[in-house]
Design a protein. Structure first.
Ligand code: PLP
Length: 491
């Protein structure tokens, strides 16, 4: 019933107006946006001239889209694909968000270019707003340094830690993801990302994350008393556990890199008290906490920073993605004054040509104003609760196969298993992922596709990051499309 209501209410998603707008891209009715090239031709050229080194060929053949709006991507036939991942949470505020798009256009007309060595107002305002937010929230003064992508901001944070502590080794979590530059790869757990690139002398020491659905110790969160954190703390019992010099009272490690909710690791949500314990252990050993908010920051989990759900103050926060809603990316770090004071981190300590570009900072400023004006905590938590209730219902309809669902705000997960409810079923996930992108699902007589992203330690988790603009009707549609995919693919 809800789906029917959705179909009737929604006049634009699949409408002739939209279709004709999409097809305006060229004279050829199958033109792929602006280039006047057929999908087939495009794929042939891509095979010949594009490197396969990125993630495009995770799907064969790769998928081409020509338009986007709100929660939807559109293929060249005008078929809407409901996107439940929103560019890995970079486009959290909806595709073609009007307010943010207008901010970008205004800056294109006013100050579209400026070397980052000179100042412009938006850069300073964005830095000030982020630092003021952190000061209000954590009671700690700090400064902001910008860069372009998430990985580069991680690199900057590594510089800060090395500079301040004199140490180049870090702790990081198994299942953690911090990017694919060499420095970020060294603290990212997956060996697959490092294997072909030689020796990483600064490889992090990886620690078990509190992934309670698959507790490595076979314990239950209700009764474990955070046993996994205890195991970490025991590393510092004596020098022979390899990380601590008791005489010098010094650890070999400068910082612990955390994601409050693991992103690529499968939207794993730890017990609420976990990070307080971890912080106490790290504080005792003078190990900094670097909080990677690149995927979960800016309200994905219902709080401005995901770490606010867990009651600790990090020493450094790294951000990116949603700050510009995927328009003209900028990323950055916020750090406690002591770590980033100009005496310690003087001019030239880091730089990138495009680091605080005028277009990105203009959008970022508009994003921050928007976050101040609307109650995103309420909005995201309400929408997330509705979606999660739907996922729990879906789980009850596919017992075992959906081994676990969970969510914090609009960061939601579906862990897909064999009938026993635990053995990861990667094949089923791959089939569902590919079927969703065929665009031939049908609801109320209309064709749809579903865009999903796959994560998790066993690549058996759908990590859902829907747009914050998602409506109840669209959520109902998402649940219906998911149910169809599970039915179709489990055979
Ligand atoms: C938690 C986290 N850290 C770092 C990165 C790397 O960011 P980027 O891909 O912009 O380099 C990502 C990207 O997905 C991420 O999710």
């Amino acid at each position: 019933m809800q789906i029917l209501r959705f179909a009737q209410n929604d006049r634009f998603v699949n409408s002739p107006e939209r279709l004709s707008r999409i097809l305006r891209g060229g004279t050829n009715p199958l033109a792929v946006s602006g280039t006047n090239m057929r999908t087939e031709e495009l794929l042939q050229l891509e095979r010949k001239y594009c490197s396969f080194g990125d993630t495009v060929h995770y799907l064969e053949p790769p998928k081409v889209f020509v338009d986007c709006e709100g929660s939807y991507l559109y293929d060249e036939h005008g078929t809407p694909y409901l996107d439940l991942q929103m560019w890995y949470s970079a486009a959290s505020f909806g595709y073609k968000n009007r307010r943010l798009g207008e901010a970008l256009k205004r800056q294109v007309d006013r100050l579209p270019q400026l070397a980052c060595q000179y100042l412009h107002a938006e850069k300073v305002e964005v830095a000030a707003r982020i630092a003021q937010y952190c000061e209000k929230r954590f009671g700690v003064k700090g400064r902001v340094q910008f860069n372009v992508g998430g990985s580069q901001a991680i690199e900057d944070s590594l510089k800060l830690v090395r500079n301040y502590t004199g140490k180049s080794l870090m702790f990081a979590f198994m299942g953690g993801y911090h990017g694919r530059t060499l420095g970020a790869s060294a603290i990212t757990s997956s060996y697959r990302y490092r294997r072909r690139y030689g020796h990483f002398g600064d490889r992090a020491q990886f620690v078990f994350y509190p992934y309670c659905f698959r507790c490595i110790y076979g314990l239950k969160p209700e009764t474990c008393n955070l046993y996994c954190e205890d195991q970490f703390a025991h590393l510092f019992d004596n020098e022979y556990h390899g990380v601590w010099d008791a005489r010098a009272q010094s650890a070999e490690y400068g910082a612990f890199y955390i994601e409050a909710v693991q992103g690529t690791g499968g939207y794993v949500i730890p017990p609420r008290s976990y990070f307080q314990r971890l912080k106490e252990t790290c504080d005792r050993r003078k190990i900094l906490i670097v909080d990677d908010e690149i995927q979960m920051g800016f309200y994905r989990t219902g709080k401005f920073w995901a770490i606010e759900n867990f009651g600790i103050t990090p020493d450094i926060i790294v951000f990116g993605k949603a700050l510009t809603n995927g328009l003209n990316p900028i990323s950055g770090i916020w750090a406690r004054e002591e770590l980033i004071t100009p005496e310690l981190f003087p001019p030239g300590s880091t730089h990138s040509t495009f680091s605080s570009n005028t277009l990105g900072t203009a959008v970022a400023l508009e994003t921050l104003k928007m976050l101040e004006e609307e109650d995103y905590e309420k909005l995201v938590n309400e929408k997330g609760a509705y979606f999660l209730a739907g996922l729990k219902d879906l789980q009850s309809r596919f017992p075992g196969i959906i081994g676990n669902v969970d969510g914090l705000g609009l960061a939601l997960r579906i862990e897909v298993c064999k009938e026993d409810g635990l053995t990861p079923d990667r094949d089923l996930v791959d089939r569902i992922f590919a079927e969703g992108l065929k665009g031939d699902l049908e609801v109320a007589g209309r064709k749809y596709g579903l865009v999903l992203d796959v994560g998790g330690y066993y690549k058996n988790v759908f990590t859902l990051a829907p747009s914050f603009t998602i409506t109840r009707e669209e959520t109902d549609l998402a649940l219906e499309l998911l149910a169809q995919l599970f039915r179709r693919c489990r055979a």
